[in-house]
Design a protein around this ligand. Structure first.
Ligand code: ATP
Ligand code: MG
Length: 575
């Protein structure tokens, strides 16, 4: 390919609209342009990357036995009414009506459509399992579209769905997709971890998120320093030692704490550490008042709370509810004499007593509170976020909290959609059964942003070779020199004959511009053809990631090039 005939509008300055590196670099490198909030045009260079990512995903899905189909983006509301999500999905679902006043939405995901398809075709256990996927644009009216392709409103997703006749089959399908994902993200050249994620009512380890490790990630994950344990915050279980002997707690007493609302204010006022305080958080749980207790220095995890209560909707109480349930303004709630339906406490609170907690009266707290003696706790559960000082729940060694970008998700759905939409089959005994489903997503466009977040320097991107827009760039320093030009095109053909794609920068531009653009766009292998080298019979070669330079002989070019390329490719794999 010749760059002189390629549409590559690069930008010298950082665009003001972009906050994160990947977004800035994709705009500067002429890969994407914004059409409107969260909606992007892929320019030719960006589309090449997108297609390469999609191809790798497709190859591995096919290899794992899944089959590709293509479903429409426009979906009838009736299917969503059947599943119950027309009401539940909220504002991320973009809804509209046609000229006949019929309701539709733009698909944010395709469980309804695929379940409708399969229930109409599959009658017998003999037709199962079925595993279908597509690579298709999704639309989600995200509340805060941001970071370019990272969180768009329209974005490219690979979504797959499996249908099985029994648990064993469903688990095999799940594992098959999990394994395919490990291969996909390895082939894409990413540093990633599959992490256990919350699987809600299904339970067990049947939800994994695939996280690309990058500081700009929106998710926090707990990763063990010595074993393979990795989990996101809502799933990472805090492990505690056995409860030892706890000294007796003196009588409790009320103390005045004028104006001290927050844990820190109370701790400062009473000259104690925040961990001596009991934090009482009030929630509206499916319409009922519930108090959740955690140690003052801890963070409550909403998903853990929701699961522990087996609840649908958990929302923090508003000041009026707080007033009604505690008789006090916000900041003075405590478990003693509280008018709530249920009190749930973090298991850690069993490890100690003599707490300080709100007295359910303005400007007052209670000291020497013994939860067993002075209050009544209905349930103890793991409610708080894990920290770096907690041990790994699997092996007991130390944990690290890191940031990740979710690029994929495998999830066992169970009977959620098959029950709601009546997707059944006849089993071996002629009995009607619901199909057991799984769903498997990859954010194909988000992968590009994640790859860049992991691989950039002050000059631009360095793409992993498998997804670079071109693996090789050949910079022709004197495009007006006819012989050099011919040589460049000839070398480019030779390079392509070895199975690497190559772009020749034959534009009428200064060498400096070419070097800058090549580093910005991030071709991992760069060759520079200049007059001096040509005379000496060599071409200069640079590894974009390490900056290492070498010379390749023009006499035996194919052999020299192939050896150099293979060395760079394997450098990426063992990085
Ligand atoms: P998130 O928590 O980031 O909103 P999600 O749980 O809504 O993700 P899924 O419904 O599991 O995501 O979608 C499958 C994959 O699609 C995700 O793993 C992610 O890589 C990608 N994805 C989801 N939302 C977006 C978006 N707004 N822009 C780009 N990619 C997205
Ligand atoms: Mg989402």
């Amino acid at each position: 390919m010749r760059l002189s005939a390629f549409y590559l509008p690069t930008l010298k300055e950082d665009p003001a609209e972009a906050e994160v590196v990947s977004h800035k670099l994709m705009l500067r490198a002429g890969m994407i342009r914004k059409l409107t909030s969260g909606i992007y045009i892929y320019l030719p260079m960006g589309l090449r990357v997108l297609s390469k990512v999609a191809d790798i995903v497709r190859q591995e899905m096919n290899r794992a036995g899944a089959q590709e189909l293509l479903m429409p983006s426009v979906q009838p509301a009736d299917l969503w009414r059947e599943s119950g999500r027309w009401d539940d999905y909220g504002k991320e679902l973009l809804r509209f009506t046609d000229r006949h006043d019929r309701d539709y939405c733009l698909g944010p995901t395709h469980e309804e459509v695929i379940t409708d398809l399969v229930r109409g075709e599959v009658r017998s256990y003999r037709q199962l399992p079925v595993n279908l996927y597509q690579i298709q644009n999704k639309f989600r009216d995200e509340i805060r579209p941001r970071f370019g392709l990272m969180r768009g409103r329209e974005f490219l997703m690979k979504d797959g769905y499996s249908f099985d006749k029994d648990e064993e089959g469903a688990n095999t399908s799940y594992q098959g997709m999990y394994d395919a994902y490990v291969r996909i993200f390895s082939r894409l050249g990413l540093r990633f971890r599959p992490v256990e994620a919350d699987s809600g009512s299904i339970g067990g380890s049947f939800s994994h998120e695939f996280m690309v490790l990058a500081e700009t990630g929106e998710d926090t994950i707990a990763v063990c320093s010595s074993c393979d344990y990795a989990a996101n915050l809502e799933k990472a279980v805090v492990a505690y030692p056995e409860v030892g002997d706890i000294p007796a707690c003196p009588e409790c007493e009320t103390v005045n704490t004028p104006g001290a609302h927050t844990v820190d204010e109370v701790a400062t006022f009473l000259k104690v550490e925040p961990k001596a305080i009991l934090k009482t958080l009030l929630f509206d749980v499916d319409g009922e008042p519930v108090a959740a207790l955690v140690r003052g220095d801890r963070e409550l995890n909403d998903v853990k709370l929701k699961n522990a209560l087996d609840a649908q909707n958990v929302t923090l109480a508003d000041p009026e509810q707080v007033k009604a349930w505690t008789g006090a303004p916000v900041g003075f709630a405590g478990p003693v004499g509280l008018k709530v339906k249920k009190v749930i406490a973090d298991v850690e609170l069993r490890q100690n007593n003599s707490w300080i907690a709100g007295a359910n009266a303005a400007d007052a707290h209670i000291r020497n509170l013994d939860l067993n003696r002075d209050a009544s706790v209905d349930v103890y559960a793991d409610l708080r976020n894990i920290t770096e000082s907690d041990p790994c729940p699997k092996c007991g060694q130390s944990l690290e909290l890191t940031k990740g970008i979710e690029v994929g998700h495998v999830f066992k759905l169970g009977l959620k959609y098959s029950k709601a939409m009546n997707a059944t089959f006849l089993d071996e005994n002629g009995k009607e059964q619901f199909m057991i489903m799984g769903c498997y997503g990859i954010g194909v466009s988000r992968v590009i942003a994640a790859a860049i977040e992991q691989n950039f320097d002050e000059n631009g991107i360095y793409f992993p070779p498998p997804i670079a827009p071109f693996e090789v760039a050949l910079l022709l320093l004197s495009p007006k020199d006819e012989a050099a030009r011919e040589k460049a095109y000839e070398l480019s053909d030779l390079i392509e004959s070895t199975g690497a794609d190559c772009i020749v920068d034959d534009r009428d531009e200064r060498p400096g511009v070419k070097f800058k653009d090549a580093d910005l766009v991030g071709y991992p292998l760069q060759l520079v053809l200049g007059g001096k080298g040509l005379a000496k019979g060599v071409i200069e070669a640079k590894d974009r990631r390490t900056g290492e330079k070498t010379e390749l002989s023009l006499d035996d070019f194919v052999a020299a090039f192939t050896a150099w390329r293979d060395q760079i490719r394997s450098g990426w794999e063992t990085r």
